[in-house]
Design a protein around this ligand. Sequence first.
Ligand code: AMP
Ligand code: ZN
Ligand code: FE
Ligand code: FE
Length: 298
Amino acid sequence: MSARQRIDLHTHSDRSDGTDSPAELVRRAQRLGVDVLGLTDHDTTEGWQEAADVAERTGVRLVRGIEVSCVFHGYGVHLLAFLPDPAYPPLVEELGRVLAGRSSRLPATLERLRSLGIDIDVHDVHQVAGKSAAMGRPHVADALIELGVVRDRNEAFERFLGPQGPAYVHRYAADLEAMIGIIAASGGVTVIAHPWASRHDHTALDEDGLARLHEAGLAGVEVDHEDHPPQVRARLRDLARGLDLVVTGSSDYHGVGKIDHELACNTTAPEELDRLLDLAAAAARAAGRDVPLVVPAR
Ligand code: AMP
Ligand code: ZN
Ligand code: FE
Ligand code: FE
């Protein structure tokens, strides 16, 4: 029996809100028999180089990605961008805006917590955030754990940081359709992350919405994700097939930062990865780029 490739395209390192360094993440992938690993930190490419160095030594194939914070019809949507040119000026500019929004939200969040009698300093959050280049609520959650206010990140989101929570503060996100266009123009491909996860309002991401995004250049949708129950996956898979969108599956691994999201708990079929890489190659050619798409090269 030929071994089928294990492909996990959506994971986070400590350069955003995961807890493994990029090097640890790649080594873990190797230990667990993951052949192809996507590193998709929120809004940053900071972990790419370290992950690529270890990938080349271990033979794990690395797909460099970003999970970009976007907005569509007023709703937050996470967009997986694979193999974009990280130096493409419109992308650099827009990620800069998103990261600035993350930084300015932090003091506002801490102000809310202070009004609830919880005193956390910005420096405390930076301390627990370590090497993260994308400050977020998970780091505030970690500071709350450190202070003994909550037991885990989940409790922090439920009691304080979630959209209905008393310490929730809005932040800037990129326009979804514009970002799909920017990634395509930079020579990359896009996949909507967990479009129908229960904590997201997916009314805008219905059949019409996804069809429109496909026309705007969207390559695929993440169907197999822990936040999608079985019936949701079945419906979304049918819809994706009908629209000829690539279907992916992934763990959204965050180290110990997110329970029930172990590496490769969901995977992508090799045929679907091939389609994605073909589309990326076509986009790269159209953008006049000549870069190794996946390291190490096949
Ligand atoms: P932010 O990037 O600051 O908007 O925070 C959102 C991130 O927090 C998401 O991308 C998730 O990775 C993480 N997150 C959201 N809800 C939870 C939860 N209940 N437990 C742990 N992590 C969460
Ligand atoms: Zn995250
Ligand atoms: Fe996400
Ligand atoms: Fe994610």
